[in-house]
Design a protein around this ligand. Structure first.
Ligand code: SF4
Length: 149
């Protein structure tokens, strides 16, 4: 199976079952770490990212493929999105007690947080794909901007 199809499958499994199996969120984190550690960071968005594969292989078929709105590509929008993303992530870590001592459930709590972040960002990415361009989300995606830096 080609890497893009495999990462699309990972995305579908993650979105549909991640709430029940938070270990999938950890799996995604490990997968990302392996790609970075193997020196393929810059290939993440084009080849490995599960959501990127979903956007390219599925959403591109129903997207009008218009140009990405300019406000989405501005530095201000990116900085706002990045601050929101990090803020939301840190808030969830704090709420789950992950800044304190970890217990037996902490790793799964972290997996659930990754799942939620993935779900929320997909809830933004899909309408953007239907509205303008299947890769609109990628203009503001904090992970993608870090990977491509
Ligand atoms: S920009 Fe974000 S969603 Fe798009 S391919 Fe890269 S990491 Fe994935």
């Amino acid at each position: 199976m080609a890497i893009r199809q495999a990462s699309l499958l990972l995305y579908i499994v993650m979105i549909t079952a991640g709430w029940a199996y938070p270990v999938l969120g950890i799996g995604l984190l490990v997968f990302m770490a392996l790609v970075v550690l193997s020196g393929r960071r810059k290939k993440w968005c084009g080849s490995y990212c599960p959501r990127g594969s979903f956007l390219d292989l599925v959403m591109s078929k129903v997207s009008p493929k218009r140009p990405i709105p300019r406000f989405l590509t501005s530095r201000k929008t990116w900085a706002t999105g990045f601050a929101l993303f990090v803020g939301l992530f840190v808030f969830q870590l704090w709420r789950a007690g992950l800044f304190g001592p970890w217990d037996g459930s902490s790793l799964m709590q972290l997996g659930l947080i990754f799942y939620r972040m993935c779900l929320v960002s997909s809830a933004v990415a899909i309408p953007l794909a239907l509205w303008k361009n299947h890769r609109s989300w990628c203009a503001v995606c904090p992970v993608g901007n870090i990977m491509r830096a």
